[in-house]
Design a binder for this molecule. Structure first.
Ligand code: SAH
Ligand code: MG
Length: 194
């Protein structure tokens, strides 16, 4: 039953160009949550609730707080969470991530929203991460552009890619975290709080 709903969400995302996590990326995330007994998750960028739902389905004692500013996607996420009966595990906020305030502590923070703001997101919420907790960042390859050596023609794209490269440098230089980069999905960073 749930499998059908998951497949429906994947089809909807494809049809409507919603950038949900790629299959090997989401599988990695699920295994990570299982192996590290993650219970409390903050997700930045809900879209239609796909990744939040897959994370919450791992175990009944997992709680996900997730934030989405786009109202149409937020509504879709609420609908999908209802259909999968996960209302008591997933809480969605319809607002900009930079306006979201919380005193709660999390075992995992999943950053999957506006790529140009990753450093801001990281700095804003890293105090809410427990020691030994993890920040996972999606789309660090940005469809392969991050590694492209020739000059990118479009100015917007070039700026975006520049920001992702800055974020990667920021992670490498951050002494409070240890980061590894994986070539999974669209490129994932795993940063453990020391
Ligand atoms: N995690 C989802 C995909 C998220 S796509 C999944 O894998 O299923 C990224 C989403 O982040 C988009 O829907 C976009 O509207 C949202 N977003 C981007 N910047 C944001 C911001 N500053 N505040 C809130 N939501 C944001
Ligand atoms: Mg993503």
């Amino acid at each position: 039953m749930v499998r059908i709903l998951i497949e429906e969400m994947e089809a909807y995302a494809k049809e409507n160009n919603v950038p949900i996590m790629l299959s090997d990326g989401i599988s990695f995330l699920e295994n990570y949550i299982r192996e590290h007994h993650v219970k409390k998750i903050l997700e930045l960028g809900t879209a239609i609730g796909y990744s939040a739902i897959r994370m919450a389905l791992i175990s009944k004692d997992i709680q996900v707080i997730t934030i989405e500013r786009d109202n149409e996607r937020y509504q879709k996420a609420i609908e999908n969470i209802k259909k999968t009966n996960l209302e008591n595990q997933i809480c969605v906020f319809n607002q900009d991530i930079m306006d979201f305030e919380t005193k709660e502590e999390f075992d995992l923070i999943f950053i999957d929203a506006a790529k140009s703001q990753y450093i801001k997101f990281f700095e804003k919420f890293s105090p809410n991460l427990v020691k030994g907790g993890t920040i996972i960042s999606d789309n660090l390859n940005f469809h392969g552009y991050t590694k492209q050596e020739t000059r990118i023609e479009s100015k917007n794209l070039r700026q975006m890619v520049g920001k992702i490269r800055n974020y990667i440098e920021f992670l490498k230089e951050n002494k409070k975290f240890e980061t590894i980069f994986l070539e999974l999905g669209d490129g994932i960073g795993i940063s453990v709080k020391l």
